[in-house]
Design a protein around this ligand. Structure first.
Ligand SMILES: [Ca+2]
Ligand SMILES: [Ca+2]
Ligand SMILES: [Ca+2]
Ligand SMILES: [Ca+2]
Length: 752
């Protein structure tokens, strides 16, 4: 797009220029002297070409040269069109000139100071030449023909020229042909005084082409731009003898066998240049073509480049022989000589040819006298660093970060080339990068090349979490047990990355009363974990039944007296059964009852056992209803014993022993010991697991005896420590002595 823009700018400038010059510049039109010219040419289309010659009869005044400064120099290359060129009005078979040259052009020993730019791809010096079928050389017209064929700019394209102090440049830009096919050719010729900067040293003539697409117009038996009379590329002395020839072209493709031999393919000329010293009177020195651009080859170490250098006589009947000389290593070549001499050259970039090297090609023809052309090709071997990288592992430090440098990853060798910069696509890592990370290493070398390599950076976290626990004490608060979050044990926890705590909660119930050990684990995202232990002391819940003042003790009043009207129950659950029990100093005649007028809730009954001193409440009631019942319990005794009685209020069917905080329930019925034990195991009280009562102390034995309504089963123990503890003396010295000696105890109490 950029090129297009520039081109538009150039054309616009040319257009402006033409505004002032168009009418001053006229083209010699063959119909001026032959009114039937184009009618006769038209008749040639698709006919066998005939000897159709024409000589312009109209004499035209010499045009004054407009000299431009040289802005672009491309000796041996295509001189680019710019806005210093002058456009020739479009035409078919016309000629522009004669143009006065500010220098002498030496053609086979004759100096010319004027030139005709003939639309049909050639320059003449004595007369305009409209001949469109390129009959070929030799003939009697001095002619320089970069491409002699039936150009027709009225169908498309333009011809531009520019004159400097010492050279003339003519460009046929994208020109079409007569009876157009849509194909275009772009080519140029430069003629000079032989010292101009615009022609290669020692040369006064240069041909160059860009894209070449056609060879033959429709009036020359061409079909769709090809066939018929071949286009001629060459230079003619005009003595019917001496000429040189690049070739005669009549087809598509790149076939080329040299100036002589077969007709050639037009595409061989694409982007080709030829140069000649036409000052010789007879034999012209060989011309090179197919050279690398600017005769310069660049490649990197390790690269291989192959190219051809070709040479022609350039006379079509001459053979050329090329000799290659170079002291550079890494060069191989093979040369085929003949009408076309071609050197096939291969170069491998190597440490031994690093830098600038020269290839010398000497080509000699077999004309008389022999002429030699020497061509130098510069070969530059550039160093280039190829990046390479290794995988690394980095560890996150305390702050959870890791920083790496390119040097830690790079394994790039720089033996031959300076490394000017190393960089990494990522240098800082954190906890979110744990695992594999792909990074790109970019190496910049002294030639300005960059090269990339990929490495895997494995980020690891080996830092263990830190965890400190504390021992705590908690009281059971619910029938459902107690849930303690793990965080309550943690006095400090940390990690360089994130962590999780397991378990999150602990649950305890009445079976856990006492000291329990817990284990808490802190684990980080990398799997590092630390486990610590702590203790929790589980305390019994506050009494479900809270007497209004200490133990509920009453004196014997002789009259019914409310035991505790302010007693409170701390329970939200419904209650199934309850007891009120005279525990201490129970005597015959003691009585518990509900206050007269108090109505039990529906489904609830009460029964007092005068023999055990236990008032049993049966049925389900709310805790509020039970509290109200308890607040209305009255005591009276007919006994003369005046010792204080202890009255204990129990929730559920059991009675409590305030000496050891256990609950006891007497279950009547016919049981074997095994049945009694199994039945006890089905009992629970406020979340407590029931079991067949055991007697572990003298006071407990007394309590059970008092509350036993009848014979019952007890759980037994032959643990010598428990037996000794119960007796208060060391009956057994060890467990062996105690084995199976304690199983005769009887009773039936279930204990909680
Ligand atoms: Ca023409
Ligand atoms: Ca040929
Ligand atoms: Ca020659
Ligand atoms: Ca960690």
């Amino acid at each position: 797009m950029k090129n297009n823009y520039i081109l538009k700018f150039i054309l616009f400038s040319i257009g402006l220029f033409l505004q002032g010059n168009l009418f001053a510049q006229t083209v010699i039109d063959p119909s001026d002297s032959d009114p039937y010219y184009y009618e006769r040419k038209k008749a040639e289309v698709k006919k066998q070409p005939q000897a159709f010659s024409f000589k312009a009869e109209k004499k035209t005044a010499l045009k004054t040269a407009t000299v431009s400064s040289t802005e672009l120099e491309a000796p041996g290359g295509f001189y680019e069109l710019d806005n210093s060129f002058i456009a020739i009005p479009t035409n078919d078979d016309g000629s522009f000139g004669p143009i006065a040259l500010p220098f002498s052009y030496n053609l086979y020993g004759t100096n010319y100071e004027q030139v005709f730019i003939n639309t049909n791809g050639n320059l003449t010096f004595e007369e305009a030449n409209p001949v469109y079928s390129a009959s070929g050389f030799p003939n009697d017209i001095p002619m320089v023909a970069p491409f002699w064929g039936d150009v027709d700019t009225s169908e498309g394209g333009n011809i531009y020229y520019k004159i400097t102090n010492d050279a003339l440049i003519v460009i046929w830009d994208q020109v079409e042909h007569y009876e157009p096919s849509g194909k275009t050719n772009t080519f140029q010729v430069i003629i000079s005084d032989g010292t101009s900067d615009l022609t290669p040293p020692g040369r006064n003539t240069a041909f160059c082409s860009k894209d070449m697409q056609w060879t033959t117009g429709g009036a020359s038996e061409g079909v769709n731009g090809f066939g018929g009379v071949p286009a001629t590329v060459g230079i003619n002395k005009g003595n019917n003898t001496d000429y040189l020839q690049v070739g005669r072209f009549d087809k598509a493709g790149s076939d080329y066998d040299g100036p002589g031999g077969n007709n050639d393919g037009i595409d061989y000329l694409d982007n080709q240049c030829f140069d000649f010293n036409m000052a010789n009177t007879d034999n012209i020195a060989p011309s090179a073509n197919s050279l690398p651009e600017n005769k310069k080859v660049q490649l990197y170490l390790g690269e291989t480049v192959s190219f051809n250098a070709s040479f022609i006589g350039p006379e079509p009947n001459q053979n050329v022989t090329t000799t290659l000389t170079s002291n550079m290593c890494g060069l191989t070549h093979s040369i085929t000589n003949g009408n076309l001499s071609t050197a096939e050259i291969t170069i491998v970039g190597n440490e031994c040819n690093l830098g600038t090297n020269t290839i010398k090609l000497e080509t000699i023809d077999n004309g008389t006298p022999q002429e030699t052309t020497t061509t130098f090709i510069t070969v530059e071997i550039l160093c280039r660093v190829i990046a390479s990288a290794k995988d690394i592992t980095v560890q996150l430090v305390e702050n959870g970060n890791a920083v790496i440098t390119p040097q830690m990853v790079s394994t790039t060798l720089s033996e031959n080339c300076e490394i000017t910069n190393l960089s990494l696509s990522k240098t800082e890592f954190n906890c979110t990068n744990i695992g594999s990370n792909s990074v790109t290493l970019t190496v910049t070398d002294g030639s300005g090349n960059t090269s990339n390599a990929t490495a895997i950076v494995t980020v690891v976290d080996n830092e263990l979490p830190t965890l400190s626990l504390q021992n705590i004490t908690r009281k059971l608060t619910s029938i459902d047990g107690l849930t303690v979050p793990a965080t309550e044990f943690i006095s400090a926890v940390n990690d360089n990355c994130s962590y999780t705590i397991t378990p999150t909660n602990f649950t305890f119930d009445c079976t856990n009363v006492g000291t329990q050990q817990v284990s808490i684990t802190a684990k980080d995202g990398a799997g590092n974990e630390v486990t610590k232990n702590a203790q929790i002391t589980i305390e019994n819940p506050d009494a479900l039944v809270e007497p209004s003042e200490g133990n509920t003790v009453v004196s014997s009043p002789g009259n019914y007296t409310v035991v505790d009207s302010n007693l409170l129950i701390h329970l939200s659950d419904n209650v199934d059964g309850a007891t009120v029990s005279i525990n201490e100093n129970f005597h015959t005649g003691d009585e518990l009852r509900l206050a007269t007028g108090f109505t039990l809730p529906s489904g609830v009954t009460s029964n007092y056992s005068a023999s055990t001193g236990v008032l049993t409440l049966s049925g389900t009631m709310t805790s509020q209803e039970l509290q109200s019942i308890f607040q209305n319990i009255q005591f009276r005794t007919s006994s003369s014993n005046v010792l204080e009685r202890e009255v204990v209020f129990n929730i559920g069917g059991g009675v409590s022993n305030s000496d050891n905080d256990h609950y006891y329930e007497y279950v009547s019925g016919a049981f074997t010991w095994e049945q009694a034990r199994a039945d006890a195991a089905t009992k629970t009280l406020n979340g407590l697991q029931g079991y067949l009562a055991t007697v572990t102390s003298a006071s407990e034995n007394e309590f059970i005896t008092t509350k036993l309504s009848d014979d019952g089963w007890l759980g037994g123990s032959d643990s010598y420590t428990q037996i000794n503890s119960a007796l208060g003396s060391s009956l057994y010295a060890n467990q062996t002595e105690a084995e199976a000696k304690n199983s005769r105890q009887l009773s039936t109490m279930q204990k909680f």
